[in-house]
Design a protein around this ligand. Structure first.
Ligand SMILES: Cc1ncc(COP(=O)(O)O)c(C=O)c1O
Length: 438
């Protein structure tokens, strides 16, 4: 209907309690370095790198200038049957950062698209290898793989699934690894739970390996509250995949580009997947872009052995968009020049101590950290799960700190340029506010 007067009404906001937000809107109007500025003129310390994505901090001139220059030179160029140099250059640079062997790169526009692309690549690889009966895709409970139908089907969050029907047929799920009884307040990776990887063997025994194309996991589940892999878990998954010809996909949409140290969690934690998804930090989030890195032999299985013509029938109008490619190249330059992939290791100990100092604060039932990520789990109110963390999120924002609340878990993942003084500021404010929230 034309003539709507409420300026907040038209935007149907994503993953938002729209009615609550519009009753009490909190808007961001500018950003620089470690801070946002709110519409009411306050500085907000960014404890979440936006949404796990502005790893080099906000509004970096090197990136904004690269985008502006490219917008004025080559606003758009198709990458279907054509191309432009920036996309090729970025693919080569990304390939060089990936774990050994994953040097073929497909561009998308988001994490969700990267996940659906990775699942399709897995199916195409199995078919190209004359394993076309392998169509089953395995995910994990509490996994988040974006919002495409592929991603929600292998994902394990009920809210992403209950409204949308049955999703892809032929998916199944490993159990999640979150176990507060055995692992609460662990430092580093939890000691207990590697045996949960044997769930994959259970699914092989149930479905038959010859029907399973791939298994997808986040090396560290971020969106459901910073769930770290138990010691030995990822390697055990890798071993079971190898034994049965199952492709292993790591969804590194939040962990790639320095979050846990090194360019990828795979590199940092010494387990190499066959396919790796990324997005977010790829362009420092200045222009939407995602990518999928694939082992060369898998790429070759699909591309080299196909009949003449299009080998992989998939792509997006904006795959390798010039502005995103320019932003990506500038972001990678900053990461390298400032050594930002080393920050999580350099600051990880300080960060871990600061987070664990919150032990004993009101309602805190677990603290877990890795690299520059922290999850602080609160006891849910019996009558209102999630309410306590949401109140804390609002209180933090009103007091100048951006955190992320997911269920009753607070997730922190600041830009990698964060300093010790800002870490102190974050955890001291959080501690004070935890004490006043009942
Ligand atoms: C592991 C993982 N996969 C996929 C996605 C989806 O990314 P996007 O929101 O860019 O589609 C996210 C988003 O947070 C994520 O954390």
């Amino acid at each position: 209907m034309k003539g709507e007067n409420d300026p907040l009404a038209s935007f149907w906001m994503p993953f938002t309690a729209n009615r609550a937000y519009k009753a009490h809107p909190r808007q961001l109007v500018s950003a620089s370095g470690m801070h946002y500025r709110s519409a009411d003129g306050r500085e907000i310390l960014d404890g979440t790198a936006g949404l796990w994505c502005c790893n080099a901090g906000h509004c970096r001139p090197e990136i904004t200038e690269a985008i502006a220059k490219t917008a004025a030179t080559l606003d758009f160029a198709p990458t279907f049957q054509l191309g432009h140099p920036l996309a090729f250059e970025l693919a080569q640079r990304v390939a060089a950062l990936m774990p050994e062997g994953l040097d073929r790169v497909f561009f998308t526009n988001s994490g969700s698209e990267s996940v659906d692309t990775a699942l399709k690549i897995a199916l195409a690889v199995q078919r190209a290898r004359a394993q076309g009966a392998r169509t089953r895709l395995i995910g994990r409970e509490r996994g988040y793989h974006g919002v495409g139908f592929g991603g929600i089907s292998v994902g394990g969050i009920v809210g992403n699934r209950r409204t949308f029907g049955i999703g892809l047929p032929g998916t199944d799920h490993l159990r999640h690894t979150h176990d507060l009884t055995r692992n609460a307040f662990s430092r580093g990776f939890p000691q207990h739970g590697a045996e949960l990887a044997d769930d994959l063997q259970r699914l092989v025994d149930l479905h038959g390996a010859e029907t399973i194309a791939a298994v997808i996991v986040e090396p560290m589940a971020g969106s459901t509250g910073v769930l770290l892999p138990p010691v030995g878990y990822l390697q055990r998954l890798r071993d079971i995949c190898d034994r049965h010809g199952i492709l292993l996909i790591f969804d590194e949409v939040i962990t790639a580009f320095g979050r846990v140290g090194g360019a990828t969690a795979a590199e940092s934690w010494g387990v190499t997947p066959d396919i790796l998804t990324m997005a977010k930090g790829l362009t420092n989030a200045a222009v939407p872009m995602g990518a999928v890195a694939v082992k060369r032999e898998l790429h070759d299985a699909v591309v080299d052995h196909a009949p003449a013509g299009i080998e992989f029938f998939h792509g997006y109008t904006y795959s390798g968009h010039p502005l995103a490619s320019a932003a990506g190249l500038a972001a990678l330059d900053i990461y390298s020049a400032e050594g930002l992939f080393d920050r999580a290791k350099q600051l990880g100990g300080y960060w871990e101590d600061a987070a664990h100092d919150l032990k004993g604060r009101r309602s805190v039932i677990d603290i877990r950290t890795t690299g520059l990520v922290a999850g602080i789990e609160l006891e849910p109110r019996p009558d209102a799960p999630g309410a306590r963390a949401t109140e804390l999120f609002h209180a933090c924002f009103d007091n100048g700190l951006l955190i992320r609340a997911t269920g009753d878990i607070i997730a922190l993942s600041p830009p990698l340029i964060v300093g010790k003084a800002e870490i102190d500021e974050m955890f001291s404010l959080l501690g004070d506010l935890l004490d006043v929230i009942d």
